[in-house]
Design a binder for this molecule. Sequence first.
Ligand code: PLP
Length: 395
Amino acid sequence: MKFNPAKAIQDLKQFGEFGGVNPSITDSSTYTFLEGETMEDTFHGQMEGCFLYSRHWNPSNKYLADALAAMESTESAWITASGMAAITCALLQLCQSGDHIITSVTTYGGTYAFLKNWLPKYNIDVSFVNITNLEQVKKAMRPNTKVIYTESVTNPLLQVSNIPELKKIADSGGAKLMVDNTFTPMILSPARLGADLVVYSMTKFINVKNDCVAGAICGSNEFVDQLSNVNDGTAMLLGPVLDPLRSSSILKNLNTLHIRMKQHSRNAMYLAEKMEEYGLKINYPGLQKHPQHKLHTKLMNPDFGYGGMLAIDFETEKRANTIMQKMQAAGVGYLAVSLGYFRTLFSNSGKSTSSEVPLNVQKEMGLSDGLVRFSVGLDSDIENTFQTILKCIEE
Ligand SMILES: *Cc1c(COP(=O)(O)O)cnc(C)c1O
């Protein structure tokens, strides 16, 4: 069935309390009650639509959460102050001392570091697997496995996760499947494919402007209630609340996400095809030769393309640095970490956003010293961009 996440957001018809075309922005940390009893009930999560204190819920974050839940087809969503806050709060809500997590070895560097260095201190065991090898995932399952964690398209190797099959494996052991969909909003709908939880760094494509850091967790009503529980909810007690001014700004940007994703994808596809023709070692899920091209095509929502992320292996760190500096000087984009910006961003993954991953592990997973990850921008003349990149490579 064809699903249109942009229409799902538009169908919400959110508007402001005075008829404003945009919802009003909450400018309060606390809320008044006419009756003491209502306050008590709200504290215990029983008063739908009542607001108590902004770390718990606030109207601006609720509008954005409702829009994200519509986009993901989940019952509910929770807004956080960063992508890492979304990931860590969700994992800590699901796991306790003695539990076990299976994760893709290729993930965002911060996620890798949390799983590798932080969770073991609290006696939570983590197995790192090649997430495209389903047999390996099955073998890693233990009676105490609580979560299978992956990225729908992994950073920076752009492997595509087989979400429906991973869900079956998770279900067979009573574990939850949690998917980071930061690279592919609207393109892939992990919850519709079986994921129990979808997490985002909204810092990237969703917000596009690179003017703030933010995150989200999309899941069931039950899970969001657990996250926000005043007695043991991680989101409530660790407190990574996003400022309402920011969430209202992100909500407005979310309304153009579908157009942007199409353009990011169109530009990335153009560059990938041209670069492949030219003979560069290019990795892009939209290319036929990508190992999970067919799988991606099967799983994706139509019309949004294969995303804005691509990777080129320039083989050595030195060559990668030279080319990146030239590209920046020539106006291709910026030598910067992060992604999803309207301008093209590029960085050497192994030396930046995956530098938390030890060198031997980088080698094992096939992450080359010279791998440059591109987040392709919204360029209006991508042919010209390609010609400029070629000059930087050839000179
Ligand atoms: C950036 C990123 C994160 C972390 O998000 P922040 O907003 O920086 O905390 C997590 N996952 C992926 C895939 C990312 O690209």
